[in-house]
Design a binder for this molecule. Structure first.
Ligand SMILES: Nc1nc2c(ncn2[C@@H]2O[C@H](COP(=O)(O)OP(=O)(O)OP(=O)(O)O)[C@@H](O)[C@H]2O)c(=O)[nH]1
Ligand SMILES: [Mg+2]
Length: 392
């Protein structure tokens, strides 16, 4: 038997190489996501490691197995509805006698032959299927879900004898968190003086800005000032003025870029200046260009894009594209967590655009209804059951 490890950028690429090297009768024994290269844990590349085998019997001690050949290259896909299906433990393979190996290999081949050719029809082991179903109902992108299933199945076939649903859920949470762990999560870093909060109308920009201002003062002991360029509605100015008054922080209302320049001078001794904007500001390329003459975006300003979790993913993507075309988005803020129970779009956005999350907000109360985001918190939210929420 020839066993070989392949590391590739994607499953299809791995399959191509396996087919080329081992032929069409090769079987996949194991597959998992691995991270290669990088420097000091950064810039690691996400790859897929696949262990494939081909039963070339060169030794006379082992009888050639007569069986129907596997026609197509089979994926890692799970075993259909056979509760007592054997586990092929790769470590064990090397220790075992050849005949035992061949027996196991034959059994695995037979099991793999039962697998339906389309992923959506795939029948996973019951506990794995429960998680798969949860990811579907949470609207996690199919491509992400399939990759998560690769890793879950690997863990399942290694540990399944005594695994419970809580274990499978924990594996999935860990895998989901690791998948996005390289992006920036959590509170603003205060490495830039100007923090710009942008986003479409009504998502919660002003409310969230007030929550961040309160946190910056109380938790991080920063000297905070506010600027608003959202002067299109009187009510918007009044809203921020009220928060500024409650928090005892200065606010400058800027009707034009000259006002903005003056406000920056006024706040030259402040640690952090939080800027509330109207959605349309950053859709106006002239505004963005002129603002660049006042603030050095690269060195002095970080921009957070506020998205509401009640929006559809396609809308979120459209909004992201609009804003990111004119300004660099450092982190997301997702609001209105309390108004939905579906969080897949948030996870998909992070994964797709490779951007982390500063905060999640879960209500209208300033400053309390805000959670510092992390890869773990977000992954947990996606997999949380109502019963988990009740018991927590
Ligand atoms: N349920 C819920 N409501 C929120 C949350 N954050 C903000 N809101 C409410 O959403 C509404 C809009 O909030 P704003 O902060 O005014 O939103 P905005 O993006 O500044 O709106 P514009 O300035 O009009 O573009 C208000 O009623 C807020 O109280 C949240 O996390 N959960
Ligand atoms: Mg506002």
């Amino acid at each position: 038997m020839k066993v070989k490890k392949f590391v590739a950028n994607s499953m299809p690429e791995a399959m191509k190489r396996i087919r080329a090297e081992l032929g069409n009768d090769a079987v996949i024994l194991n597959s998992k996501i691995v991270y290669t290269g990088g420097f000091l844990g950064l810039f690691r590349k996400r790859c897929i490691e696949v262990i494939a085998a081909m039963d070339q019997v060169s030794n006379n001690r082992v009888p050639k197995i007569k069986e129907k050949p596997v026609n197509t290259m089979l994926y890692y896909e799970p075993v259909a509805k056979q509760k007592e299906s054997p586990v092929l433990n790769f470590n064990k393979v090397e220790e075992n006698t050849s005949s035992e190996v061949m027996k196991e290999l034959t059994e695995v081949k037979q099991l793999l032959q039962n697998i339906s050719s389309t992923r959506e029809d795939t029948v996973y082991p019951e506990l794995v299927q429960h998680i798969n179903q949860k990811l579907i109902s949470q609207e996690i992108d199919t491509s992400i879900r399939n990759e998560l299933m690769v890793s879950l199945l690997e863990k399942w076939y290694t540990n399944r004898t005594d695994s419970k649903i809580a274990d499978v859920k924990r594996w999935c949470q860990q895998e989901m968190a690791e998948r996005i762990s390289m992006y920036k999560f959590g509170d603003i870093s205060f490495s830039k003086k100007y923090v710009n909060v942008v986003g479409p109308t009504g998502v919660g920009k002003t409310t969230t800005l007030a929550k961040i201002a309160a946190d910056s003062m109380l938790k991080f002991r920063k000297k905070v000032a506010l600027i608003t360029t959202d002067t299109y509605r009187i009510a918007a100015i009044e809203q921020l003025k009220t928060y500024a008054k409650i928090l005892s922080v200065p606010l400058e209302v800027c009707y034009n870029l000259n006002d903005f320049k003056k406000a920056c001078d006024t706040f030259k001794d402040y640690d952090v200046v939080l800027i509330d904007t109207a959605g349309r500001n950053f859709r106006d390329s002239r505004y963005v260009e002129e603002l660049k003459n006042i603030i050095d975006y690269e060195n002095e300003m970080e921009t957070l894009l506020v998205l509401s979790l009640t929006s559809k993913q396609s809308d979120m993507e459209e909004i992201f594209k609009q804003f990111s075309s004119s300004i660099d988005i450092k982190q997301f803020i997702f609001t209105k967590l309390d108004e939905t129970a579906t969080y897949g779009a948030m996870y998909n956005m992070i994964d797709k655009y490779q951007i982390g999350v500063a905060y999640l907000t879960n209500g209208q109360d300033v400053p309390d209804d805000k959670i510092s985001a992390s890869a773990e918190v977000i992954s947990k939210l996606v997999l949380e059951d109502e019963s988990d929420e009740r018991s927590s």
